[in-house]
Design a protein around this ligand. Structure first.
Ligand SMILES: CC(C)(COP(=O)(O)OP(=O)(O)OC[C@H]1O[C@@H](n2cnc3c(N)ncnc32)[C@H](O)[C@@H]1OP(=O)(O)O)[C@@H](O)C(=O)NCCC(=O)NCCS
Length: 164
């Protein structure tokens, strides 16, 4: 059987908020207030992207652009893209949607002049770790007890095309 994959990606708009919050609550234990989502949208609209199938939102990615110490070098200050949250509804997994959302967000981060992208991921989150490895992220370090339930996080990062 051939899987029909007919999703499309577009920038988040405030009318998508309820759909995104629903996906976030269904897929992840890390949940946020409406204000948090809208604030990130207002500050970094190009890195907040939704995936739709038949007019319904099935996934999203939300990021922040930060300035700080680079993940791969010891010195200096750099502009970094930080993936805050990404999720795809379970019945749309393994259709390439998570990969496409990440690729679009990485492009948008480079357009904000970010030199690298980093994120935290639960050590046990095999699908997400595999997704980031497929995108050529590397594991930079582990943060002990990062999550509210005590689980450790991998910090994974990738250099963006416009970095030196
Ligand atoms: C992680 C997540 C976003 C992946 O979304 P997805 O749309 O299913 O991912 P894709 O179909 O684009 O998969 C791309 C690649 O990721 C890897 N991958 C995704 N799911 C996987 C799984 N269950 N097992 C192993 N590898 C997996 C594979 O390398 C896959 O490529 P392939 O299908 O060619 O083998 C999705 O599983 C999800 O929403 N999980 C719950 C929320 C979450 O954990 N978010 C991440 C928090 S850090």
């Amino acid at each position: 059987m051939v899987l029909e994959v007919n999703y499309s990606l577009r920038p988040f708009t405030p009318s998508d908020l309820d759909g995104v919050i629903q996906i976030n609550r269904e897929c992840l234990p890390e949940n946020y207030t409406s204000h948090f989502f809208i604030n990130l949208y207002k500050r970094f609209p190009a890195t907040f992207i939704v995936a739709e199938v038949n007019g319904k939102i099935v996934g999203y990615i939300m990021c922040r652009i930060e300035t700080g110490i680079p993940t791969f070098k010891l010195l200096g200050i750099t502009r970094k893209g930080h993936v805050i949250s990404i999720a795809v509804l379970p019945n749309h997994h393994r259709k390439g949607i998570g990969y496409a959302l990440m690729r679009e967000a990485l492009k948008a981060m480079a357009n904000y002049n970010a030199k690298e992208c980093y994120l935290e991921v639960r050590e046990s989150n095999m699908p997400a770790v595999c997704l980031y490895k497929k995108l050529e992220f590397e594991t930079a370090r582990t943060i002990r007890n990062y999550y509210a339930d005590g689980e450790d996080a991998f910090v994974m990062a990738i250099q963006l095309p416009n970095s030196e």
